[in-house]
Design a binder for this molecule. Sequence first.
Ligand SMILES: [Mg+2]
Length: 399
Amino acid sequence: MQSFVDRFARIYTPVVLVLAVMVAAVPPLVAGAAVATWVYRALVLLVIACPCALVISTPVSIVAALSSAARHGVLIKGGAYLERLASIRMVAFDKTGTLTKGQLTVTDVAAVGRATALDVIRLAAAVEARSAHPVAAAISRHAQALVTDLPVVRHFASLPGMGAEGEVEGRRVAIGNERYFESLRVALPAPWPQADRLRGEGKSLVFVAAGGTTLGAIAVADRPRETARETIELLRSQHVKSVAMLTGDHEQTAAAIARELNVDEYHAALLPERKRAMVESMRARHGALMMVGDGVNDAPALAAADVGVAMGAAGSDAALETADVALMSDELLKLPYALRLSRATMRNVRTNVAISLCLKAAFLALAIAGMATLWMAVLADMGATVVVVANALRLLRAR
Ligand SMILES: [Mg+2]
């Protein structure tokens, strides 16, 4: 838009100057009219034609929109990206840390036989309190609210890639994956429909046994951010035709999250370079594409997109460096806001250009007809500028 105004000014300015000289010179020379009258009219024309309002119409809207965005925690690295946001037709998301929280949480506890879910969590939390694994952290966090009397663990031992065990209240408590239970020769219930269902939902299971008997299983998963689904729906109402999810994670987990969030397409087990290639092929199919990511792995895809958006707080330095837009609070709902703001800004710029051109044209006609005075011309020029600035400032209240 700015370059359009620049191109316009390149023709407009000399045309106006030539016109002013002609207004001052031609009537007195050709028709013998009063010189003072026509020089005065030429001056009026110059003041009216001064393109103050037109020149600031675009930058003032862009600056208002950029500061409004910054106030909402959306950092846009320039006016050009704001303009490109308005044309976005497809949005691609990274999964882990972008659509999801990037942190494992306990989603389900499946107890077997006479054991209760609380027994399973209590014993697991006692053993895992000594472990530093992400699954252990998830179980400890989950137990904090539920278990008030966390038992003491003795003879703790951790087996990397398998699980951990320890003595709790006189019993050997083991917690770990299927391989670990095979090596301990502790049988898992078979069939176990509940466990199968949880696996089908893309969750990982850790099993808990006490005294050689399986008590149950704890399901952990990286849950979607609370606002992920709503964000995707709102994006669709902002002229986004297709929403995709790209992840390096394996198929089953990706499928479960994709289903839950209702994305149009997902691609799993992608290496960073394949993510970039995928972004390019989706751009070819759907048009302007916005890529949203947080990790170092997303940097090539962010660079390949029309607009790259990085999660500001969760994002890696590489992602923030490459992206055109950063979300300071990692709040996904700022994405539909950014699209709304960009469209409002483009409308605002067009209105401003129209206001300044129309006012100029009207007063130009009055001046040529000899009906405009110099003070009216000054008022019109400053008036148009004030109207354009006031219109742009409305963007500060956009939400
Ligand atoms: Mg990620």
